[in-house]
Design a protein around this ligand. Structure first.
Ligand SMILES: [Zn+2]
Length: 375
């Protein structure tokens, strides 16, 4: 049903946290793997299409590929294969209306298009955010533990000549219940040596050491850059109870005045806790990306809840899309609709003038992100 907020369709969107798209043809198991946060196929005889995300996909994506809405998954994937991955990516990305992509490249970088390729397919702009733990793993593989910190600093400085910020996946690597202080250089060197010793020969280095994770955070804080933190739900290897953003409270306090901003990503089901942090700390922002896609027809409520405490100058849009271009389109469509429904409701309750609704929407859809990242 049309609402009075259809003007949202024309607003610029900055997707401040997403990943690249894959551009190979996808068989059904591969495609289904990209539309779930589970690391397992659906039980025999069932499908990951039977989810909020699956229904949203079937509602909004088939028409972009010239099929009727709610085409069957088989027909949809057959049409996808017929058009080819490049054409599908172009159509879906362009239909999203996203003007700027801030792309985090630290997850399966060999599988996804580069930010420049993504921008070309989308007919939009793209900038990059680098993953701290990924950089640390690369540096540790190339340098002796005694040189780790110097090499990490040099690598981070180099990356920040083009990247607009950093991302941490500490949530996946033990959670947030860490000492919030910066570790000493001696502690970092000892931790790098321990990490190397404890990793069997031939096994790739995977960073879970809390000292080195904190070191990455503080190197970024000292560089006064935007720091994205995965918060809340995600793949099956997250321990959800260790990712409540309130566990970051002391870190956020200690980083006040550093010039660094903290961007809490996804946040579901802790979006109200994240909203509180964004409310009380001047350098904290949040979004409900990922949750919007995965809650589908229910996402308007999640968006509205996230905006109960989050100041409107602290909320951002993201899709957190990885792999399937459908996820960008859905992120944009559902976010615009959910924000529109929320504004419509609040305008109905308190008579918010249209120009005020539009000003708030512009902050959330693009202006906050442009201010934080300078993009
Ligand atoms: Zn992400």
């Amino acid at each position: 049903m049309p609402t009075s907020t259809e003007w949202l369709t024309d607003l610029d969107l900055v997707d401040h946290h997403c990943h690249g798209v894959v551009e190979t043809d996808l068989a059904r198991p591969e495609f289904e793997d990209l539309i779930t946060e589970s690391d397992a196929p659906a039980p025999p005889g069932t499908t990951h299409f039977d989810t909020q995300l699956g229904m949203a996909l079937r509602a909004h994506c088939p028409p972009v590929l010239d099929l009727p809405a709610f085409a069957s998954p088989q027909d949809y994937l057959a049409r996808r294969a017929e058009l080819g991955a490049r054409e599908v990516n172009q159509r879906l990305l362009r239909a999203s209306g996203i003007a700027d992509y801030v792309v985090e490249t630290g997850f399966q970088p060999d599988r996804i298009l580069s930010p420049a390729q993504l921008a070309e397919r989308a007919g939009a702009r793209a900038t990059e955010v680098v993953r701290l733990e990924f950089l640390a793993e690369q540096v540790a593989a190339e340098h002796d533990p005694g040189d780790f910190l110097t090499a990490f600093r040099a690598r981070l400085d180099h990356e920040l000549t083009h990247a607009v910020g950093v991302k941490s996946v500490a949530a996946y690597r033990g959670g947030f219940d860490l000492d919030p202080t910066p570790p000493s250089e001696e502690d970092v060197t000892a931790a790098a040596a321990r990490w190397r010793e404890q990793t069997p020969a031939g096994r790739s280095l995977r960073l879970t050491d809390p000292v080195l994770i904190r070191a990455g955070w503080w190197e970024a804080i000292h560089r006064s850059v935007p720091i994205q933190l995965h918060v809340g739900y995600g793949d099956a290897d997250v321990n959800l109870h260790q990712t409540n953003p309130l566990l970051l409270s002391d870190l956020l306090r200690q980083a006040r005045g550093s010039g660094a901003s903290f961007l809490l990503l996804h946040c579901y089901p802790f979006h109200r806790e994240a909203g509180y942090l964004a409310h009380v700390f001047e350098h904290v922002y949040c979004d409900v990306g990922l949750a919007v896609n995965y809650t589908g027809a229910q996402s308007a409520q999640v968006i509205a809840e996230s905006l109960e405490l989050t100041p409107f100058h602290k909320a951002l849009f993201s899709s957190d899309a990885f792999g399937a271009a459908e996820l960008y389109l859905l992120g944009a469509v559902l976010f615009r609709r959910g924000l529109g429904e929320a504004l419509d409701r609040w305008a109905g309750a308190d008579g918010w003038p249209l120009e005020e609704q539009q000003r708030i929407a512009r902050l959330i859809c693009s202006e906050n992100a442009r201010r934080v990242y300078g993009c």
